[in-house]
Write a protein that binds this ligand. Sequence first.
Ligand code: SF4
Length: 212
Amino acid sequence: MKKTDIKNFVQTLKNTYPDATCSLDFKTPFQLVVAVMLSAQCTDERVNKTTPALFERCKTIQDFADIDLQDLEQIIHPCGFYKNKAKNIKLCAKQVLENFDGKVPQTMKELLTLAGVGRKSANVILLEAFGIANGIAVDTHAKRVSNRIGLSSEKDPEKIEQDLLKTFPKEYLKDINHLFVWHGRKCCTSRNPHCENCKVKTYCNFYSSSKK
Ligand code: SF4
């Protein structure tokens, strides 16, 4: 994409999804860490139905470290993979308390030392909890949108992120993080994407090749 195309492309998506933001509910950085962990292989909607009871029970990071593992598993059960997620949440809470003085760290390098936090989660945490947009969280929606439009031919999310970072200047990263997820959910759906109604179809390889 040319520089002017990039600007128009992002602006078109912004006009289409003016309310695009993170859909996970949280009040503190550590609550976001937990919500992001729970959202793996689970919808944000389900996570948001599960976290109120969890955050009521665990009010501090120490509470997350101390909660009985089986109690935690029971509360987060609806989010799936609950055994692994519960183990990671408790360990992550201990790591934040012991290694970071009880404060969620604000660098990619440090976040990646926490149990259950990978690069995608770290990008979400940096952006949503601290307003730091140095990367792009490539989830299943961002991956699909990037591949179809032709912004990346890679399958690995980290490689897709690198391709996106080469295309989009830093000032667009915050928006791109939200817009690709929203576009993937609402228009560029996994099955039967709504191409005819898509506002960015003129930039899309998938669309142009379907017309040949
Ligand atoms: S034209 Fe179709 S495939 Fe391309 S971005 Fe839009 S919805 Fe997705």
